[in-house]
Design a binder for this molecule. Structure first.
Ligand code: FAD
Length: 410
């Protein structure tokens, strides 16, 4: 192998770290360089809003691979280093310090950044926080003290998980959601209602249909209160904004690659340039039988695309066919989802969302099980995954019948 066989990976997050490991597993022996803008070893983000924020996990617990792996596997790991440009004609990338790295294959695993709330003065406010990186947690953690008043803008998974941790630490928490329900884009109304009940039971003030119109600032520039459309003010010692992700696609765009809410790739993670692949949160990829394209933000998606891309680079094409799945932990409520619930025409609840903390919601389309959200039932989740994978046709009454184990429906 020579330097011109080098595979360069841009982005040392979940997808990048999984890719370099998968590449060696797939037998690639040539040089591999992983360039990551963040300092330190690649780490998993899910605990940032869960065990790490609550102090139950350390930064070392978050490492995606043991640090020794990179040296053992001969991975040239360059963290704290940003790629600033791609030259596709010359086949090299440019690093922030001007160094050029030539590549045979380039893999873009740039993920994304937290979407900012555009409001005057907000960017300079020291007590307004976003949550995407270890550095973000470091910036907010000292404000997580009992009695502090936290306003969460956005009732998505990140906002709700932070609310749960904050309650456990003893903060006063208000969640402000503009839509009529939390988790509106990702779950059925019944599941949203379940989460609203659980958070209310845990002492969170959940406000849906609540538009934030502005902020009141203290003399030091920090936010003192959140102003609502109703005219009400929510006093706050800190604000957490969780309103989604903006994929990091600028490098690809500047290099002339197609971008459409993500770097456009095919089912083998290839862009239109055969030498350039993209994986993880930054990609827009084919949706399989749903048709169209999608961009997913999940660890399983990043890992699966990493595996697919490693196969592509090593010359054994394996299409991405895995069924998406996801999890979320809030208090003692463990949610696991399988399949994509968009486009369903019927929701079937097994158990009840109105009391207790365990049930399953099945999403059906034309009578076929397309997706499921399972709360606190690993056994039902295992069966639900199989039902979704099989696109099983199951009568709603059978799904509802708690006396029939789900696996009997397979
Ligand atoms: P990232 O992990 O974002 O990594 C991209 C990396 O690329 C970053 O380190 C970035 O700095 C770097 N980079 C970008 N541009 C450049 C450049 N030009 N040069 C060098 N480096 C660059 N998923 C789940 O499945 N379950 C969960 O429970 C869950 N919880 C989450 C909780 C939180 C708080 C967050 C933030 C995410 C959560 N996710 C969860 C989503 C999951 O973490 C992401 O889907 C996953 O991290 C995506 O991996 P990625 O490698 O595509 O992107």
């Amino acid at each position: 192998p020579t330097a011109t066989d080098r595979i360069v990976v841009v982005g040392g997050g979940q997808a990048g770290a999984d890719f370099v490991a998968a590449l060696r597993m797939a037998g690639h022996q040539g040089p591999v360089t992983l360039v990551g803008a963040e300092p330190g070893y690649p780490y998993a983000r899910p605990p940032l809003s869960k065990a790490y924020l609550s102090g139950k996990a350390t930064a070392e617990d978050l490492y995606i691979r043991p640090p020794a792996m990179y040296e053992q596997q001969g991975i040239d790991l360059r963290t704290g280093t940003r790629v600033t440009a791609i030259d596709r004609t010359a086949r090299h990338v440019v690093l922030a310090d001007g160094e050029r790295l030539s590549y045979a294959h380039l893999v873009l695993a740039t993920g994304g950044r937290a979407r900012r709330l555009p409001a005057p003065g907000l960017d300079a406010a020291p007590n307004v926080h976003y949550l995407r990186t270890l550095a973000d947690v470091a910036a907010m953690r000292h404000r997580f003290v009992p009695g502090a008043r936290l306003a969460v803008v956005g009732g998505g998974y990140v906002g709700l998980e932070v609310a749960a941790v904050a309650r456990q630490v003893g903060l006063d928490v208000t969640v402000l959601e503009a839509l009529p329900r939390v988790l509106a884009r990702v779950t059925a109304p019944q599941v949203s209602a379940f989460y609203q009940r659980v958070h209310t039971e845990e002492g969170v003030d959940i406000r849906v249909d609540t538009a934030v119109t502005g902020f009141a600032f203290a003399s030091d520039g920090s936010v003192a209160a959140v102003e609502l459309k109703s005219g009400e003010r929510i006093d706050a010692d800190l604000v957490l904004v969780g309103i989604g992700l903006v994929p990091d696609t600028e490098l690809a765009e500047q290099a002339g690659l197609a971008v459409d809410n993500g770097i456009v790739v095919d089912e083998y993670c290839r862009t239109e340039d055969p030498a350039v692949l993209a994986i993880g949160d930054c990609t827009s990829h084919p949706c399989g039988e749903h048709g169209g394209r999608r961009r997913l933000e999940s660890v399983p998606n990043a890992s699966e695309q990493a595996r697919v891309a490693a196969a592509t680079v090593t010359g054994s094409l394996q299409p991405y066919t895995a069924i998406p799945w996801f999890w979320s932990d809030q208090y003692d409520v463990k949610l696991q989802t399988t399949g994509l619930s968009t486009g369903y025409d019927e929701v079937v609840i097994r158990g009840t969302t109105e009391t207790g903390r365990s049930f399953a919601a099945f999403y059906l389309k034309d009578g076929l099980v397309r997706a499921a959200d399972v709360v606190c039932s690993p056994r039902d989740f295992t069966a639900a995954r199989k039902l979704v994978a099989a696109r099983a046709r199951v009568a709603p009454e059978a799904l509802r019948d708690l006396s029939v184990p789900l696996k009997q429906l397979l």
